[in-house]
Write a protein that binds this ligand. Structure first.
Ligand SMILES: Nc1ncnc2c1ncn2[C@@H]1O[C@H](COP(=O)(O)OP(=O)(O)OP(=O)(O)O)[C@@H](O)[C@H]1O
Ligand SMILES: [Mg+2]
Length: 358
């Protein structure tokens, strides 16, 4: 087991100007499950490949434990990687697929069989060891790919979107299995996904990337409760946080003709800006007598929950999503009032996009 540190690590691809990963500083603890999340092209795979030794580091350094591995070849880093296309060898049995890397390392046949069996037991693959990959389901193949990494008993697991080939239902099951397995094995893991729900549910901590720049790294709940900037606020959470540009008044922030009360000291943090960005999660709105007037477009009734979609009146079509009680019978076209829970407001500067805090 080991810690992992990126220290100002930068990758500029040849022939490009802007770094794909820009001065990344990230410390991962021993045994931690760290998720890198961000939209397409944000530099997640590049960061992972830099750690794996598959991509050159142009500036800064990378440590595994107290070893500076910045210039070490991949095979000296003691890591195992699970890719999106886990590309099993089709002509080999599950057991041979799982043991292949060990065979290459010169591990004896008996030792190999023992380690493959241990991993197969962990993954519930014992009865499939003699099968060829084509005779397995997608989820079973995914587990074989995990098995291949586990038998190597590495210091660090690296996983790049390992669930993206699975259908939605299997993805949900498998993500829980991977998270459980990781906790059981206690091997430091860096896991890449563009799916913020995967990030929230799997990570001990989550690092949010955008355009090669680290935006915030924290526990899933802290990211959810206190996003540092507008990007993280909009990216984490589903349905997304409502982000509403509101005019600053003496006593609050005005949306249409409703003023959301906000403390003066907090409003002052907006500096010379005439507006601020008000963030309200869908569950922090509730139907009330007074609040933001919203024209209902549709109510999605899910049985356990209901989501109201509409647009705020007297604004330029500001869309609003609110989680309301189920079976509330809000009619399409009706005018309702949504009040944000005062202690659940998120405020961001319109000019800097950073969170405003008292
Ligand atoms: N070999 C390459 N040469 C030049 N540019 C590259 C190369 N590989 C990636 N890039 C660029 O680097 C940036 C980061 O790419 P990267 O693959 O790390 O993103 P990502 O976050 O993994 O995205 P995705 O979610 O789509 O997999 C992108 O702008 C991409 O176009
Ligand atoms: Mg990628």
């Amino acid at each position: 087991m080991a810690t992992v540190s990126f220290k100002g690590a930068t990758r500029v691809y040849p022939g490009t100007e802007t770094p794909a990963v820009d001065k990344l500083d990230l410390d991962i603890s021993d045994g931690e499950f760290m998720v890198l999340v961000g939209p397409s092209g944000s530099g997640k795979s590049t960061a992972l490949r830099m750690l794996a030794g598959l991509e050159e580091v142009n500036e800064g350094s990378i440590y595994i434990g107290d070893r500076d591995v910045t210039n070490s070849p991949p095979k000296e880093r003691d890591i195992a990687m699970v890719f999106q296309n886990y590309a099993l060898y089709p002509h080999m049995s599950v057991a041979d697929n799982m043991g292949f890397a060990l065979k290459m390392q010169g591990v004896s046949k008996d030792d190999r069989a023992k380690r493959v069996m241990e991993a197969a037991k962990l993954l519930g693959l014992e009865e499939y060891l003699e099968r060829k990959p084509k005779a397995l389901s997608g989820g079973q193949r995914q587990r074989v790919a995990m098995g291949r990494a586990i038998v190597r008993d590495p210091q660090v697991f690296l996983m790049d979107e390992p669930l993206s080939n699975l259908d939605a239902k299997l993805r949900v099951q498998t993500r829980t299995q991977i998270a459980e397995l990781q906790h059981r094995l206690g091997v430091t893991t860096v896991y890449v996904t563009h799916d913020q729900i995967e990030a929230m549910t799997m990570g001990d901590r989550v690092a949010v990337l955008k355009d090669g720049l680290l935006q915030q790294v924290d526990t899933p709940l802290n990211l959810y409760d206190a996003p540092k900037n507008l990007f993280v606020a909009g990216f984490m959470g589903s349905p997304a946080m409502n982000l509403i540009e509101a005019e600053i008044t003496d006593s609050g922030a005005k949306i249409g003709d409703y003023v959301v009360p906000i403390e003066r000291s907090l409003l002052a943090k907006a500096g010379d800006d005439k507006t601020l960005m008000l963030g309200v999660r869908p569950e922090a709105f509730h139907l009330a007598d007074e609040g933001v007037p919203v024209r209902v477009a549709v109510v999605e009734e899910l049985g356990s929950d209901a989501y109201l979609y509409g647009s705020a009146e007297n604004t330029t079509g500001q869309q609003i999503i609110a989680r309301i009680g189920t079976r509330m019978h809000a009619e399409k076209g009706a005018l309702v009032h949504l009040a944000p829970q005062p202690d659940k407001l998120h405020l961001f500067s319109t000019s800097t996009e950073q969170r405003l805090t008292a």
